[in-house]
Design a protein around this ligand. Sequence first.
Ligand SMILES: [Zn+2]
Length: 335
Amino acid sequence: MLYIEMSREEAHGGGTWGFPNCVWAPTRKKKGAGTWPFWNKVADLRPGDVVLHLRGKLDKAHFVGFSNVAAPGFETFQRPPEPGEWGYSESFYRADLEGFTVLHEPVNLRALFRAHKDDFIAYFEKNKKGERRNIFYVLQAGRLQCLNGAYLSDVDEELFNIMFPDVSQPSGAKTREALVSVPTGTQLRTVRARIGQREFADAVKSAYGNACCIPGCSVADPRFLVGAHIARWSDSEALRGNIGNGLCLCLVHDRAFELGLFTLDEAYQVVVNPREIAADTPMCRELRAVEGLRIRAGSVPPLSDALLEHWVRVDIVPWERHESSREARITAALG
Ligand SMILES: [Zn+2]
């Protein structure tokens, strides 16, 4: 998922709480006036999410860079050294960031509003009637304005594309006003690629009933499950959002699959890596015990293209295993 952090002041918290180490917000409004969705969102952040930083006041507000979320957001009674006007709060939400990337050129928000005004307005009206995402701007008396206090807001693919038409695509630069330079556009493409990863993971997990699909594995606690990619996210643009490129795996089986300790054949049966099969480790013993068994089927079967990519990447030829295991079965049957 992608979020915008909108902040007017530079320090914002100071110390390890300062920009761009983390995003943080008070957990409640002043004098028990309730909670605020643009603050609660900090607690929703998960590794893999990306935060775009919008900084500065009014006409000077610029998108200056983006960061990756390093660890899940949490509530804490520790305090920022410079809490500013939020010093009243007893506790705070905080999510740590990493990999801050400065945009080659900051992108001025007012210029974006001006250039794509109709698109921004159409998105605002549509959002009001439909999804009601917490977005960072409002339409007031025909003018686009930042929404006061919209500290951390949602950005879906549609809104992202309104803000940053893909200038790194040859056709994009010609058809849209080039407010974003080509190098900045290239940086933003990496951000674009991340949108939807969380939706993908959630959809994959629910397709498998929120349980690890490896036979005999009993992990069904969402905190220990991932919606894993069969073909790597970075390797296959075509398969990216496709649920058939996903498997619901527990953290251990995800790691084993990623490392190529096993793959699945075209009948979705576990195939242990022949180079690992003799290894006398608990992991390999466990995998050997389920070799040849079919995974628990989800509502969307794995795509053969995705499996093929995994076989190539981890260098396992599943039908070779078939040959030897069939021979073994025949021998056993005859013997
Ligand atoms: Zn498992």
